[in-house]
Design a protein around this ligand. Structure first.
Ligand code: GRF
Length: 183
């Protein structure tokens, strides 16, 4: 099974997926919408081909998504794992890969969807937040939940220490869920 990871930033989840020695699929492409993202160095280190695009150079979302779909099909990709991809998936990509796009989000959805979920949870003062892996649909972080794991917020947590613990859970959970779906 050939899969693509989509990422816009640091790529710690991409790295965690790549480091999983028994991953049940081949990560054959990294798609990135930020030419300066450090995930690109990680892809190079792992020898994963990249498709990097600048959305500003396209007239619309459907224009760049058509190009993305073309690249995915060219590489025979059948699954997409979003890992810090900071764009809303539009109908062009969604229709081409229906039920084959999943995402990892750093909260217990439906709580704290959208950007800065960790900061939102921290500011709200909840005692438990967590991590969700879910299917992508046309909404923002609204798709069917596949797996969730709670993370306790400690009274002496800073946003930074909370983020570290959440990311540790992400790095463990995402490859496990991926392997389960590949069966
Ligand atoms: C992760 O916290 C993920 O849940 C969210 O974006 C972050 C990406 O981090 N969607 P990284 O680029 O994988 O380090």
């Amino acid at each position: 099974i050939r899969a693509a990871v989509f990422a816009s930033g640091a790529g710690s989840n991409f790295q965690a997926i790549m480091e999983r020695s028994d991953l049940q699929c081949d990560i054959s492409l990294l798609v990135c919408d930020k030419p300066s993202a450090s995930v690109l160095e990680k892809a190079e280190n792992f020898g994963v081909p990249t498709f990097v695009f600048d959305p500003k150079k396209y007239a619309s979302k459907s224009n760049y998504e058509k190009e993305v779909v073309r690249r995915l099909q060219q590489a025979n990709i059948s699954w997409i794992f979003l890992a810090g991809y900071m764009r809303i998936v539009g109908p062009t990509l969604l229709n081409a890969y229906e039920t084959k796009i999943i995402n990892i989000h750093p909260s217990l959805l439906p709580y704290f969807p959208g950007k800065d979920a960790i900061g939102q949870a921290y500011q709200a003062g909840v005692s438990t937040t967590g991590v969700t892996v879910h299917y992508i649909d046309e909404g923002i972080d609204t798709g069917t939940v596949i797996a969730q794991e709670p993370v306790e917020v400690f009274s002496d947590d800073t946003e930074e220490t909370l983020k570290e613990r959440i990311q540790q859970v992400e790095h463990r959970l995402y490859p496990i869920v991926i392997n389960r779906l590949m069966k």
